[in-house]
Ligand binder design. Structure first.
Ligand SMILES: [Zn+2]
Length: 708
């Protein structure tokens, strides 16, 4: 102790830890050289794993419950040369058990340095405590309480398990998070499970893609061909994240067997026949013999005994892919063919998920209706499919043909219950748009324009003109109302934008960010820094807030909405229906559909990105307007909140012109489709009135305080 007494206590502790880690690394590496057992993970699971009481099917693990889990498990066995297994899956499908069984196998039979990476460190710890630890405790060969291989929680010697590090005979399991670069930088790792990939950030602590950071840990064991990785997640967007990894692999699909003729078919959800309402009586028809299969037949159709199996569907060297239905005699040839791909990728899908009923899926599909924000979770979590957002709007000519000649720019038609003004900053001026909003994400393109002038100096050039637009408001039944919220893009000439936004209590500064996993409106940054004093360089406590807008998802939803037409017959308008005044400029329509999704390859990864085919400034104005609706939380408003709002607007207008709506209070909300034009009778000089609901007051007041 005398030699270290001059060092601070923390240094001593850290030295001790480094030495301890060194021992563990050495032990782990040594185990990598030991021959691995010739045992398959699925056989181990059936022989040793006990599913705890919290599981779907508690008791000894049975491979026949989810036969589609056997092959992915065995691809993780030491004698399979595969180094990378990818599983995309619905949320409740048994897919996660593949990872649990593999980890149990590692801890018992083939120990080595192991890492589990969740979306966050806390998610990894939660997963361990809720899923793996109960399994370890229930499985005698692993249970620390029954002399199993896993070490009990840290003992006094410091050699036991801790919250983030589970020790077992011959190895350890580190619990890491994609959000924490520090946890991804630990040790050389042989086995890795990367869970819930769709929820991962694409940048860990500003140090890069956590997938790349975690890959770096495997380098040493990869050299010796000993590393193995399992990526498992519900997919999110088609061609993004884990779905891109699936596409890079050999794309295995589980072919279900006909109970009569035995032919195998790669069924998809659309193949399921069903009635329009519950009971859906979902059924599948064999394309070969016409045999009808109901829910009760599913277990037989996916059983190993029936011949059901995984078939790689990636094209081979000749570009050949297997047919949708494979005759019984041809199964083996298709099953064992070579695709030349090194990743084994598996798509567990809703059609054969034994833990879900077809009728439940049909009900959820019906509940999702036509709202892309509900359809995506249905596709991802229920069907296990990547969602394909609309990558392109309709042609501008089609949009222009939908102009409403009874309504002109600058006036607010019945149905509009909330308004936004947004501006896009260019060097030579400001593009602006006023949008109106109503229940069901219906959108009215009330007005738009371009304000010429410089934008680099606060309060000069185009900026006073934007004040005029904001103060003029929107003509509504004899009065003028101010926009509820205002948003300005601060990606260019930021200082001038901040100066303008700060003077208005209901204005926000935005910055658009790319990427499919970003929220419509995320956290706010404080970009202004102190220039003087002891805290120079630090963010100003009461400085400007800049809100980050995830533009990708908003654009995809908008392209989807722009393509929607009123439903034939039933008189309703679809979610997100877009309406245009009769005097909308051609140029405005061109801007709205100026971008499309392109698939590009970047550093070997396939990515889907938005690209521009012409000027897009009013599209940007629209995207920021959508961000404002999320800021105002409009799409969570209850019917009562919309009605309150309608009543408020109706009363305001009635003060001036009593019988304007010719109906009972609240008729604004229900007057659809909005073809009624309210004549602009007010004097233009009248100042716009700020309309607020009780709901948005809090947000606005808070905002006012922040921006002062
Ligand atoms: Zn058949």
């Amino acid at each position: 102790m005398a030699t270290t007494s001059t060092l601070p206590a923390s240094r001593t502790e850290s030295d001790r830890r480094i030495r301890a880690n060194g021992r563990v690394v050495y032990r782990g590496a040594a185990n990598g050289i030991r021959p691995d057992p010739q045992e398959k993970v699925s056989n181990w699971a059936e022989a040793f794993r006990i599913v705890p009481e919290i599981g779907a099917v508690p008791g000894p693990w049975r491979n026949d419950v989810g036969p589609y889990l056997i092959e992915p498990m065995d691809a993780l066995s030491p004698d399979d040369p595969c180094e990378h297994v990818v599983i995309i899956k619905p949320s409740q499908s048994g897919g996660s058990a593949v990872g649990e069984n593999w980890l149990g196998f590692i801890m018992h039979r083939a120990p080595g340095p192991t890492m589990y990476v969740g979306p966050t460190v806390q998610a990894a710890i939660d997963w361990y405590q809720e899923k793996l630890e109960p399994t370890i405790n229930a499985t005698p060969v692993l249970s620390p309480a029954r002399g199993g291989t896993v070490a009990p929680k840290r003992s006094r010697s410091g050699e036991g398990s801790t919250t983030k590090r589970v020790r077992f005979a011959g190895g350890f399991l580190l619990l890491s998070g994609a959000n924490s670069a520090a946890t991804l930088r630990q040790h050389s790792i042989r086995y890795m499970v990367r869970d819930d990939r769709s929820a991962w950030t694409d940048n860990a602590d500003g140090e890069g893609d956590p997938k790349d950071l975690s890959d770096a840990r495997l380098k040493t064991f990869r050299v010796f061909g000993l590393a193995k990785v399992l990526d498992v997640s519900s997919p999110k967007l088609k061609g993004a994240d884990i779905d891109a990894d699936y596409e890079l692999g050999d794309k295995r699909r589980y072919y279900m067997a006909c109970k009569r003729c035995g032919d195998l078919t790669d069924f998809v959800w659309e193949d399921i026949q069903k009635s329009d309402a519950a009971p859906f009586r979902c059924h599948l028809i064999c394309p070969s013999c016409g045999m009808v299969h109901y829910e009760g037949d599913k277990a037989d159709m996916i059983s190993v005994a029936s011949g059901a199996c995984w078939i790689p569907t990636a094209p081979d060297a000749d570009g050949e892919v297997p047919p949708k239905t494979i005759a019984r005699g041809d199964i083996d040839a298709w099953r064992h063919r070579h695709t030349g791909r090194f990743i084994k990728s598996y798509a567990i899908t809703g059609e054969f998920n034994i833990f879900e009923r077809w009728d439940n899926l049909a009900q959820r599909e019906k509940d999702a209706g036509d709202d892309p924000e509900k359809l995506q979770p249905f596709q991802n979590s229920d069907l296990g499919r990547g969602y394909e957002p609309k990558g392109e709007g309709p042609g501008w000519e089609l949009l222009a043909a939908r102009k409403n000649s009874e309504w002109s720019r600058g006036t607010m038609p019945a149905g509009v219950l909330y308004t936004t003004l947004t501006a896009d900053v260019q060097a030579d001026g400001l593009y602006w748009a006023i949008l109106g909003w109503g229940p069901g994400k219906r959108t009215w393109h009330i007005d738009h324009g371009f304000l010429a002038g410089s934008t680099d100096v606060a309060f000069e050039g185009a900026w006073p003109k934007l004040d005029l637009i904001a103060d003029r408001g929107i003509s509504f039944g004899g009065i003028r109302i101010a926009p509820d919220l205002i948003g300005v893009d601060s990606g260019y000439n930021a200082e001038a934008v901040y100066s303008w936004v700060k003077r208005r209590h209901n204005a926000l500064a935005f910055k658009g960010i790319e990427g499919w996993s970003k929220l419509p409106i995320g956290r706010a940054e404080t970009p202004e820094v102190r220039k003087h004093g002891t805290s120079a360089g630090k963010a100003r406590r009461h400085g400007m807030k800049v809100w980050l807008v995830g533009t990708y998802g908003l654009k995809a939803a908008l392209m989807n909405f722009l393509a929607r037409l009123p439903k034939e017959g039933d008189g309703g308008l679809p979610t997100g229906y877009q309406q245009f005044p009769g005097d909308t400029e051609e140029e405005y329509f061109r801007h709205l559909v100026s971008e499309f999704v392109a698939t590009v390859e970047e550093k070997g990864e396939i990515k889907r990105v938005w690209q521009r085919k012409g000027p897009n400034h009013w599209l940007d104005c629209n995207i920021y307007a959508w961000a404002l609706t999320y800021y105002a939380n409009l799409w969570a408003w209850t019917e009562a909140q919309w009605e309150d709002r309608a009543r408020e607007l109706t009363e305001m207008a009635r003060d001036v012109q009593p019988d304007i709506f010719g109906g009972p209070t609240g008729s604004v909300a229900t007057a659809l489709p909005a073809t009624t034009t309210i004549e602009d009778t007010a004097a233009d000089a009248a100042p716009a009135k700020q309309v607020r609901t009780g709901k948005s007051d809090d947000g606005l007041d808070a905002l006012a305080r922040l921006n002062r």
